[in-house]
Design a protein around this ligand. Sequence first.
Ligand code: GLP
Length: 242
Amino acid sequence: MKIIIRPDATAACTTVADMMRTVVRAKGRAVLGLATGRTMEAVYADLLSQEARDPVGLSGCTTFNLDEYCGLAPDSAQSYRAYMEAHLFEAAGLTRAQTHVPDGRASDIDAACTAYENAIRAAGGIDLQLLGIGETGHIGFNEPLSSFASRTRRVQLDARTRSQNAEMFAGLDEDVPTDAVTMGVGTILEARRIVLLATGAAKAGIVARALQGPITAMISATALHFHPDVTVVLDTAAAADL
Ligand code: GLP
């Protein structure tokens, strides 16, 4: 595991955008695993502005997002599909056919999860998987006690996660969905390369436990120690407890 500590969040996000661009440039039609959350907004903004100045072929990529809430209205602005359209897909010229976000509204969730796994496989697997980290130590929405062998599935969100994400739901924990669909830890570990980004002082404690604590299913991010090609990019605030 390689750890890169940058002076601030802007620099950390640029480092991650540069790593993504390197993969897209090298691979041509790369398959990118994408993440949501406030941390990633600056990564996508940087990616788009660099692409405008010096295109590497972002619009030719195929993408798979980590997760999606269950039970939101189809046009909900809080859905991760809406987030991705707003922060990346529309401006990058990535179409519906190229972009995959788990379907939190499928009538048969299990079948939709199997289809999601099959689509990743059919695309040739993920070249680079981008990850954030939640305060519970989740990657995607793999909350504590997710099996390290888990696959894409429906999960219940931890109360701490619902609180952490309430800001996007007018600050009301009770408006945050109780369930989500997420790639499993096992699905994530199959990506050829993984980049985890964390910025800000609020992440310092969980970052230290994820990187230096014992490997435990109580902190899904500790599963990353089993992957041969992981880079963790932090700003100094998120690295403060290392
Ligand atoms: C959500 C997502 C995670 C993400 C986390 C961090 O819970 N499911 O994939 O890592 O948010 O969010 P933020 O960047 O807003 O701290």
